[in-house]
Design a protein around this ligand. Structure first.
Ligand code: AMP
Ligand code: MG
Length: 343
């Protein structure tokens, strides 16, 4: 039977025991809630794929809780000198935190974790409970987001309980995720560093440290309608989607949108909501929500999945969402909104 337990020494010990025995445990991180399995246990990894209904071609992120663990799962000698330098700088600056690095994998990492790729995605999360759990287990916990594949990511234990419930052995409840968006995924294995997925570490911050990185857009276009030859499955076009039909609008098209009964509006900031309200006087039967009253990207990111979960009610059939400014965390917010569109 599934249990939801608050964070304590005892619940973390229990969760680590479950991981040692091949169990799967949902746990909080600063990005979103993860569905964790021992990264070295193929049977446990297979359960993660099954419970999420995640395609086997979509590799998992391996979470570590100490920098020394990196060398036990990654063969860094296979990186060229520039990549080694970038890795050292990025790890020193952004870890622990919402940045996932793609590095060459060691044989001991099961192929299931990496979907057969010779590389592995590694992250060192900042969340205290996540780190204590990983350290109390084998030191390497593979964890995708704790949601059914393609659906909204969970930023609360309640989201996990609703979406996966009894299929999970234990849910650790650490309250809402502070970043609220998945990690930025950065590939260091194929020449110039490339962002495979925008996320909680802004591109601008990465570039300030290591210089220009390639954007995710080129690969995005190449991957458009097919899974074949996908560089990274985070590039799938439909992802992070609510049950309701979501439409992503720029500010001008949002102001023109009158809405209809059963519609919800998700504004980026309070000023946009007020401007829309002054153009559309009578919003009866329409639900309004705002990512950040003051238009702060940090707050908007933290609220994105939270509000999309709240708006994904049976009586709401369409969500009109306003894109954020395309800078900093706004790029990651917009990536999620675009991929959530039109399901
Ligand atoms: P999630 O676990 O749902 O946050 O997604 C993790 C994402 O990281 C995957 O969907 C991939 O896009 C990316 N990823 C994981 N491992 C690799 C890898 N070895 N090479 C490229 N991308 C990866
Ligand atoms: Mg996910």
């Amino acid at each position: 039977m599934m249990a939801v337990l608050p964070i304590s020494d005892e619940s973390i010990r229990q969760a680590a025991q479950l991981l040692f025995r091949g169990g799967i445990v949902a746990f909080p991180t600063e990005t979103v809630y993860g569905l964790g399995a021992d990264a070295f246990n193929p049977a446990a990894l297979a359960r993660v794929f099954a419970v999420k209904n995640r395609p086997r071609f979509d590799p998992l992120i391996v979470h570590i809780a100490a920098l020394e663990m990196l060398e036990t799962i990654a063969d860094l000698s296979l990186l060229d000198t520039a990549a080694q330098k970038n890795l050292a700088a990025l790890a020193a600056h952004f870890w622990p935190g919402p940045l996932t690095l793609i590095v060459p994998k060691r044989d001991r990492v099961p192929d299931l974790a990496t979907s057969g790729l010779p590389t592995v995605a590694v992250r060192f999360p900042a969340h205290d409970a996540a780190r204590r759990l990983i350290a109390a287990a084998t030191g390497a916990v593979a964890a995708p987001s704790a949601n059914p594949f393609g659906y909204l990511s969970p930023t609360r234990a309640e989201h996990v309980a609703e979406m996966l419930g009894a299929q999970v052995d234990l849910i650790l409840d650490g309250g809402p995720s502070s970043v609220g968006l998945e990690s930025t995924v950065l590939d260091l294995c194929h020449g110039n560093p490339r962002i495979l997925r925008p996320g909680g570490t802004p591109k601008e911050a990465i570039e300030a440290l290591i210089g220009p990185v390639l954007p995710d857009t080129a690969a995005d276009t190449a991957a458009a309608d097919t899974n074949a030859g996908l560089v990274s499955p985070g590039l799938l076009q439909s992802h992070y989607a609510p049950h309701a039909c979501l439409v992503a609008h720029n500010t001008e098209s949002l102001y023109r949108e009158p809405g209809e009964t059963g519609a919800a509006f998700l504004f980026f900031d309070g000023a946009s909501r007020d401007a829309w309200l002054s153009a559309h006087a009578n919003p009866a039967g329409i639900t309004l929500a705002v990512l950040s009253e003051t238009g702060t990207l940090l707050e908007a990111a933290a609220q994105l999945f939270e509000l999309l979960h709240a708006l994904d009610r049976p009586d709401i059939t369409r969500i009109h969402a306003q894109l954020a400014p395309e800078e900093g965390l706004g790029a990651a917010i917009n990536d999620r909104l675009r991929k959530a569109e039109g399901k």
